[in-house]
Design a binder for this molecule. Structure first.
Ligand code: PA5
Length: 532
């Protein structure tokens, strides 16, 4: 390959780079262009042995090695769309059986074979899950939902009392025909548990029967699984131990909502599987995932020093940047590498959609800091029902805006990747997701980190539980109606937590009027608290 240097700014040289680096697959009709990223001829030799090692590691991972060593777990999301790859027949049979169960259950809900306890068809689904158990389903629904879908799908992905209340009020009139799907791999995450309790309370307060309207997606034997089995919930689906939350979209976590919106889950899986095949190519210049990983590495010097801005030019992909934010940042954002060396790795991701963002932050992308690279996602086929009016077609404008922004960024010396999809549908969504999953896996190999654990998330969960424990201690202490300052409370409770005590009491008192507070909130040392 003769590749003109990235720094040479001439239209002919850029065209040459485009022709040399363009990747296209006929079966999926997807193009990837990394020619506007800082990749040079010298990199083609330099990265060849690094990718060889990375491909070997991914081959091992796919054949069932313990790739997530810190948690002693296999990493099997690639098996979900090609069960024949699973390390044993037990796992592959289970994957196939689960796909059939999901398909059949969703069909029965949609066509009314399975009815709500009042004898009516289910009208709504309330999806309760956070992180990987919430974002993938949200992406699926927003990307694939068609108008006229018989089920209205709602999401609770937080413990914001106001957010929970709004959604439960929105569905109040259809609570008795709502299917409640609680999703938690571990089955013990507080956010979905608390949201589930709230939803259950609302249903039971109109005399509804929770178990006959409830579904769980979780690991076998988790707290949630045990509850669902004990109470004989309407159904439970398995989230295998070897599937991570942020790569669970091709398990029941993504397939069930896909089936609820009438999408063909087999096409979704086949799109992912086709892309998986293409990204198994050990020739790194013929593999779209390694081309992406190389582009990411080169742009941020393997340290993530440039952010990835996702600009999909399709409203249906609006959630994709949030989805990728979790996939990429939770996988790559690591303090230590696999040798225990302090590396503070990561790759920041943000974005929304084009051309809308053109009227928001694209100003800075063009003229401001050179601390990012853009990832354009273009869809060629427009909507046949949209007419050309006054010689103007919205699709032509969208394409023009995409190309205009891409050119403007290049002219300003900014880097960009362009992914082009011929037709946006269930298959291409599966392929797009699989492309990024594999790019993350390969990039993680290049920088030698474990992409499959999330110690930072676990640390956050532990810290929150400590705060909730401290709150119980404080409330218990103040129940004797003695007036106390923060420092006195600190002396009488475990740990040294003055600032946390201030935060806890400020929140608690905003919601409980039966306390007397003396002093000045801007001078925390002067405050004294007493239960009336
Ligand atoms: O990717 C991950 O592992 C996390 O983001 C989880 O999805 C998230 O913490 C929710 O966990 P769980 O599904 O166990 O409730």
């Amino acid at each position: 390959m003769t590749l003109p240097d990235f720094s040479i700014n001439s239209p002919q040289k850029q065209w040459h780079r485009f022709c040399e680096l363009l990747w296209f697959d006929e079966s999926l009709k997807i193009w990837l262009d990394v020619s506007r990223m800082n990749i040079n001829a010298i990199d083609l030799n330099r990265f060849a042995p690094l990718f060889k090692k990375a491909f070997d590691a991914i081959d091992d991972l796919e054949s069932g090695s313990i790739a997530n060593q810190d948690e002693s777990r296999q990493v099997g999301h690639y098996w979900l769309r090609n069960s024949g790859l699973a390390p044993n027949k037990g796992i592959s049979d289970k994957i196939e059986k689960e796909i059939e169960r999901i398909h059949s259950f969703a069909n029965k809900i949609i066509n009314g074979q399975l009815k709500a306890p009042n004898g009516k068809n289910f009208t709504d689904v309330l999806w309760i899950g956070i992180g990987g158990s919430g974002l993938g389903p949200l992406l699926i629904v927003r990307a694939l939902e068609m108008s006229g879908n018989p089920l209205n799908i709602h999401f609770i992905d937080n413990v914001d009392p106001n957010g929970i209340n709004k959604i439960l009020k929105d569905i109040h009139d259809s609570l008795s025909t709502t299917l409640f799907v609680t999703v938690s791999k571990s089955g013990g995450t507080p956010e979905p548990r608390i949201a589930m309790e709230q939803a259950r309370f609302r249903l039971e307060s109109i005399k509804g029967n929770w178990p006959s309207q409830a579904v769980a997606i979780t690991m076998v034997d988790s707290q949630l699984d045990k509850l669902a089995r004990k109470e004989c919930w309407l159904n439970t689906f398995d989230m295998p131990d070897w599937v991570g939350g942020r790569t669970s979209i091709t398990s029941a976590v993504g397939l069930l909502p896909a089936a609820f919106v009438g999408a063909d889950i087999k096409k979704f899986l086949s799109g992912a599987s086709l892309m998986d095949n293409l990204t198994r190519n050990h020739d790194f210049l013929e593999n779209p995932a390694s081309l992406l990983a190389l582009a990411w590495w080169k742009s941020g010097e393997g340290k993530g020093s440039r952010d990835m801005v996702i600009l999909p030019y399709r409203d249906r992909l609006e959630v994709f940047s949030r989805y990728l934010q979790q996939l990429v940042m939770e996988s790559l954002g690591k303090r230590l590498d696999r040798n225990g060396k302090l590396v503070n790795q990561g790759l920041s991701v943000y974005g929304n959609k084009g051309s809308t963002d053109q009227h928001a932050y694209v100003q800075q992308l063009r003229d401001g800091l050179d601390n990012y690279f853009a990832t354009f996602i273009e869809v060629l086929t427009d909507d046949e029902e949209i007419k050309t009016i006054n010689n103007r077609n919205p699709g032509d404008f969208l394409s023009g805006f995409m190309q205009g922004t891409r050119t403007a960024l290049t002219e300003a010396g900014k880097q960009s990747v362009t992914i082009t999809i011929s037709k946006f549908d269930t298959t291409s969504l599966g392929a797009l997701i699989a492309l990024f999953e594999r790019a993350v896996s390969l990039y993680a190999e290049l920088i030698n980190i474990n992409a499959y654990h999330q110690p930072g998330v676990e640390a956050g969960k532990k810290a929150a539980s400590n705060i909730l424990g401290l709150k119980e201690e404080i409330i218990d202490l103040l129940s004797d109606r003695v007036s106390r300052s923060i420092s006195e409370i600190n002396d009488l409770t475990s740990g040294d937590n003055s600032e946390s005590i201030y935060f806890i009491l400020r929140h608690h008192l905003a919601n409980n009027m039966n306390y007397n507070v003396k002093g000045n909130w801007s001078k925390p040392d002067t405050l004294r608290f007493k239960l009336n």
